[in-house]
Design a protein around this ligand. Structure first.
Ligand SMILES: Cc1ncc(COP(=O)(O)O)c(C=O)c1O
Length: 402
């Protein structure tokens, strides 16, 4: 094409370009406005690095993410596989299937006392895959009102009727089970991520049995932390044969990344065929599989971190909660402890005070939690020292004096 022809072609396209520019500028305007609303009401999210502060925020409850013994075990495991690839090279149904992933799933099944397991790339993937494909049109899925966003998103993708029941309220759940139709499913978390409290799992099993409902338990914040070896709350309570599916995630207590659904071999076969977040994605790299395997082996060898976590929790209750009688806390015995405050500004003020004192305190703002339930979410770890807990109490005392 000559230069002249090119110029004419551009003129021909001009109205189209103008339209595009107009659309883009109006879209950018809309996006900027939505962000401005968040900035105004104090709920704007931003990425922040807080590496130098004392960790009261991460989900690394046992300190495995920073564990040198785990790092060494993973390196040694890698050395035993000289042909290990850097990536999985495809989805599990194509090139991503290996003898290693098969063996890790069998080992996880033994650990979680299930017939089988299926590994997903993350807990988010596991939850959306599971909830989107399990309940069918005409079925009913009842979810606790505080379940994690990944379960909510999975439920939204399902064709089943959906309803929420009040948090941990078995009476409300029973009323909804009585009205529900089709195959019934109930989805809960064993340890709630924003409140830190437990689901009444034994009573939930009894209720689900009575109505023929299948129970799904997200063990994200229990994996590694509860049970004789960190198998989660379901195994701790001996309920593994009464729960349809358990979602174990490995990026929190296990200190690495990824997730697995524990259940029957039939459930696994079903997920391999119908869970889209399993089917249509590149599988985890071999390095991650070895990290998952070694983290599970380590927590069985070393029980000291769980004991340290229990000690630090006791110290926190004695030295913080009991020393601040006029404060409101969620009813939690887990490493997730939440100080309730009113309003995003108040939550931010206290978190900032903590950060200025060298402590990584994070505010959880509405709309992530309901307005009036804004909070400082404090995560306790096996590696937190008594001195760090005492510094935390001093900061909170100052915050409430101000
Ligand atoms: C209760 C719960 N379920 C699932 C997830 C998602 O897990 P992952 O971080 O592995 O995607 C999280 C964490 O964000 C969570 O808190």
């Amino acid at each position: 094409m000559s230069t002249e022809q090119t110029a004419y072609a551009i003129f021909d396209e001009l109205p189209y370009f103008c339209q595009m520019v107009e659309t883009a500028s109006s879209l950018l305007h809309t996006l900027a406005n939505r962000l401005a609303v968040r900035r105004q009401n104090g709920s704007l999210r931003a990425l922040r690095v807080n590496e130098a502060l004392v960790d009261f925020s991460s989900n690394d409850y046992l300190g495995l993410a920073r564990s040198i013994p785990l790092q060494t075990a993973i390196r040694q495991a890698e050395e035993q596989y000289p042909d290990l690839r850097n990536g999985a090279t495809g989805s599990r149904l194509l090139a991503g299937q290996t003898t290693l992933v098969d063996a890790v799933e069998v080992e996880l099944a033994q650990f979680y006392r299930s017939e089988h397991t299926l590994i997903f790339n993350s807990g988010y993937d596991a939850n959306i895959g599971l909830l989107a494909c399990l309940p069918q049109q005409g079925d009913t899925l009842l979810t606790d009102e505080l379940i994690h966003a990944s379960m909510i998103d999975g439920a939204r993708l399902s064709y089943a009727r959906r309803d929420r029941f009040r948090h941990n309220d078995l009476g409300d759940l029973e009323t909804k089970l009585q009205q529900a139709t089709g195959q019934l499913f109930v989805a809960v978390e064993s340890v709630y991520s924003m409140d830190g409290d437990f689901a009444p799992l034994a009573d939930l099993c009894t209720l689900c049995d009575r109505y023929g409902a299948a129970l799904i338990v997200d063990e994200a914040h229990a994996s590694g932390v509860y049970g004789p070896n960190g198998e989660g709350r379901v195994v701790e309570l001996g309920l593994q044969d009464r729960v349809l599916a358990r979602v174990h995630t490995f990026g929190k207590g296990m200190g690495v990344h990824g997730a697995a659904i524990a259940g029957s071999t039939l459930l696994r076969d079903y997920l391999i065929n119908f869970a889209r977040s399993f089917i249509y994605t590149t599988a985890l790299p071999p390095h991650s599989l070895l990290a998952i395997r070694e983290a599970h082996r380590l927590i069985q060898r070393d029980t000291t971190t769980r004991t340290q976590l229990t000690t630090i929790l006791g110290h926190f209750h004695a030295q913080v909660i009991r020393q601040l009688p006029d404060t409101r806390w969620t009813d939690s015995l887990s490493p997730i402890q939440c100080l309730l405050v009113s309003g995003n500004d108040e939550a931010r003020r206290i978190a900032t005070l903590g950060q200025q004192a060298g402590l990584d305190l994070r505010a959880i703002l509405s709309p992530t939690v309901p307005a009036g339930q804004e909070r400082i979410r404090i995560c306790l770890h096996a590696f937190n020292s008594a001195d760090e807990i005492d510094r935390l109490r001093t900061v909170l005392q100052m915050a409430f004096l101000a």
